[in-house]
Ligand binder design. Structure first.
Ligand SMILES: [Zn+2]
Length: 148
């Protein structure tokens, strides 16, 4: 049996984006439907993957290298959508983080991290990569804080 066609993904071997070649993040069909048209979602096989590379214009792809471009996707997160929020679930943006840094207390970041850990947080559906936004928020915060 060819593992690539099993329903269960082989977690030791994440598939690569057909355009940028980076590992994808597996997403559920609910996540996919939250960000693309139903007919586009149906053009991909399961499991589908989100390309999380900042500069790549591929939104989703599957094991057979079929893909959906960013232009056909909605509600993507920054920086894939430069006008998008860092946290799709709570609407936290880069500007909010800059405000936190200007004030010297990460009030907004802390609130999001706390909320994301609560039951009922629906990051997995609202975030385009099907993952909690906390990692992305923290990464951006540290990047701005250290000036890197
Ligand atoms: Zn890519």
């Amino acid at each position: 049996m060819n593992k690539a066609f099993c329903k269960e993904p082989d977690s030791t071997l994440p598939p690569r984006c057909p355009k940028c070649g980076n590992d994808g993040a597996q997403v559920s069909i609910q996540t996919l439907l939250g960000h693309v048209q139903a007919q586009d979602a149906q053009s991909l096989g399961e499991p589908a993957y989100c390309c999380t590379t900042d500069s790549c214009d591929i939104a989703y792809f599957d094991l057979l290298e079929r893909s959906i471009g960013l232009a056909a996707a909605t509600h993507f997160f920054w920086p894939k959508d430069l006008a998008g929020p860092l946290c799709s679930c709570h609407g936290l943006t880069c500007d909010d983080i800059d405000l936190d840094l200007a004030e010297g207390t990460p009030t907004r970041v802390r609130a999001v991290v706390q909320q994301a850990g609560l039951p009922g947080a629906d990051c997995a559906i609202r975030s385009a990569d099907g993952r909690s936004c906390v990692g992305r928020v923290q990464r951006y915060y540290m990047r701005r804080k250290t000036g890197a």
